[in-house]
Ligand binder design. Sequence first.
Ligand SMILES: Cc1cc2nc3c(=O)[nH]c(=O)nc-3n(C[C@H](O)[C@H](O)[C@H](O)COP(=O)(O)OP(=O)(O)OC[C@H]3O[C@@H](n4cnc5c(N)ncnc54)[C@H](O)[C@@H]3O)c2cc1C
Length: 431
Amino acid sequence: MSPTPPQQRGRKLAIIGGGWAGLATAVSAVQGGAEVCLLEMAPQLGGRARSLAADDKQALLDNGQHILIGAYTQSLTLLQTLGVDPEHAFLRTPLRLRYPRHEGLRLPSGAPLISFTRGVLANQDWPLSARLSLLMTAGRWLLKGFQCPPDWSVSTLCADLPRCVREGLIEPLCVAALNTPAAQASASTFLRVLRDALFSGPGSADLLLPRLPLSALLATPAQNWLLAHGAELRLSHRAQSLQADGAGWRLDGEFFDQVVLACTSVEAARLCRDIAPAWSQQAQTLRFEPILTVYLHSPGSRLPAPMVALQEGPQAPAQFAFDLGQLGTQPGLFAFVISGAAPWVGHGLAESGRYTLAQAIQEFDWATPPTVYRVLAEKRATFACTPGLSRPPMAIAPGLWAAGDYVAGPYPATLEGAVRAGQAAAAQALR
Ligand SMILES: Cc1cc2nc3c(=O)[nH]c(=O)nc-3n(C[C@H](O)[C@H](O)[C@H](O)COP(=O)(O)OP(=O)(O)OC[C@H]3O[C@@H](n4cnc5c(N)ncnc54)[C@H](O)[C@@H]3O)c2cc1C
């Protein structure tokens, strides 16, 4: 093993993991002048937000349908740095919860408070009393600074709202944003998402639906950018071991001044079990929620909107359906998303696919009979965002940082949470 030349000390940064957090770390660190080496155990970058070839090699499917919102400012800035134009990359629409046979809540564009008030008042799905009840409750949240006791669930927070508002708005938003059912989901985190989405700058609640496969959105542009800026990328390379070495770190025998663990919490806990046992323990206490994505195939068919909300139930697994033809990625393919999917994972993939197909046939008119194209399961899609959850901090040890959607922060497991965690870790490493 050769000693590190003195002039390089302080600048050599290893990043373990090439998901959105690791890529955000790498780009920020390169911009800050670090000498970056990124290790990714998969043969491709992107982590959970990646594309994969379908079995028949015909279609490039995303690991799961992803949506962003206008409030995801750091993700959008990162994409622009990489030369990706958000205008081209996303279909951007004001927040709209369209159901198969009726319009749900639809926020007009404009100043957030006025837009929310106008959208709620115009929603003919709910009686006037329900609309006023939601506006009064939202007003109380606003007055309290979107804070609530840390042990409250979303169901507790919204217990006084009429059932139609809970079922038509709160529950679908909660499971979409936190991937945790309202009865078990953290009300504090939910309020933070609502605050940033509905009550910050104009356009923050806008839905951004990718018009590109996920890999073309971030992973490939980031790979090209990093290589062009001198970073080293090692794909298909799983980091095995990490030890302290003087003022730096020895990673699989190689010296680095600083290391950012941008891998999953499970792998981060393994790698620093002996270095920082308390941090490792805390990371191991995180529990996970699965997401299933059922891709249906029906040439020539079209949903009433690119994204349609669905009423889930004991026989109806999916909460949202996406028309990939209208999004310009895969005409004739439809992604049905089952968030908080633990019960359906228990039923098995084939059964989940069958129930989703029956739900789709029941809910929509099809030009050609739909068939199940593929069912994808991500068992650890996100951490379970439960009340009072204590998430591990970014600082693990001097010169050793954690980045990832699970690291302590205001957001649930999202692309934006991952990007912000990566940028924060890079800033610390560059200090
Ligand atoms: C189906 C699905 C749907 C989702 N929908 C949305 C959505 O609509 N909107 C949204 O904002 N978020 C969504 N999410 C969440 C979002 O994908 C994640 O929050 C985000 O991708 C997490 O990024 P990350 O970099 O923190 O972690 P990851 O993407 O998990 O990246 C970690 C990387 O580390 C690598 N790695 C692990 N161990 C090692 C090791 N020892 N050595 C080297 N590499 C290693 C892994 O291979 C992986 O590439 C969804 C997630 C899923 C699964």
